[in-house]
Ligand binder design. Sequence first.
Ligand code: PHE
Length: 340
Amino acid sequence: MLDKLQNILAEAEKTAGLITDAQELEKLKLAILGRKGTLTEILRGLSVLPIEERKKAGERANAVREQLESLIDSRLSELKRKALAEKLLKEKIDITLPGLPLPNGHFHPIRQTLDEMTGIFESLGFKTAEGPEIETDWYNFEALNIPRDHPARDSQDTFYLQDDDRLLRTHTSPVQARVMEKTQPPVRIIAPGRVFRNEATDATHSAIFHQVEGLYVDKNVTFADLKGTLTLFVHRYFSPEIGIRFRPSHFQFTEPSAEVDIQCIICGGKGCRVCKNTGWLEMLGCGMVHPNVFRSVKYDPKLYTGFAFGIGVERFAMLKYGIDDMRLFYENNLQFLRQF
Ligand code: PHE
């Protein structure tokens, strides 16, 4: 009997050491300790033995069962550890591998120009205002002293929306009327934004472009203030050495009106292809706010005066960076854009 127990134990030790599969190990456990297992059978056979022998053999059998159980359990956890180690080895990731490059983007040159211009005017006390790109006929024309059927409408070929009262704003000037309507003087704002005209695209024209509008209204604002402000702006944007002149012009919403020229920065004023041999470049429109504009926003034109200006953003950017084709701004060509 005792020999038999010893044999079972020795046999089990040998087999367990060879088994590499957890399921097989469970089977072995069942074959020995299960209901019909070899050890279970021996335990059952004990009852026929005399009491002294039964006691001894019983103790021994129980000890063997415990040994078998711990043998199988430890072999089982050993197998699990091994499996885990193998899995970890297979799933290892190499954290020393460099990541994919994520290039840094930056602002578009037009955005940069707008920000630079806004910065100069903000340093002079102008606040930034905004208006809608889809405008009404009233703000884009009527409030600016451009009645229906007035020939001045022809100078801005307009995209009208279906209902004929709404349109894509042709300039940023409607923001003047919108701001004045809501606030009392003093008013000192700039309005940067996109404008739209039904124009064929070429090197110097685009149906969508950008302007920075300016408006200053208070008591006793004079043409001298206009000249001082715009001269300072041009000098800051280009250089303090650059020549600047104010040339009489016409806009319906300013009186008097002027066009601002700067000395050609390509040839220094000597005359070249860019300035058409005049030595000067036309840069922006401006003037003293027309009394009719004040009337349409219910300001008293006897009490207040003011000046306004409209800057073509692309033109300033092109001259500063030496760009000879406006279309480059809109083509999303990274080779071009990465230079800024
Ligand atoms: N709105 C005018 C244009 O687009 C420019 C301008 C603005 C002129 C303000 C005078 C005063 O041509």
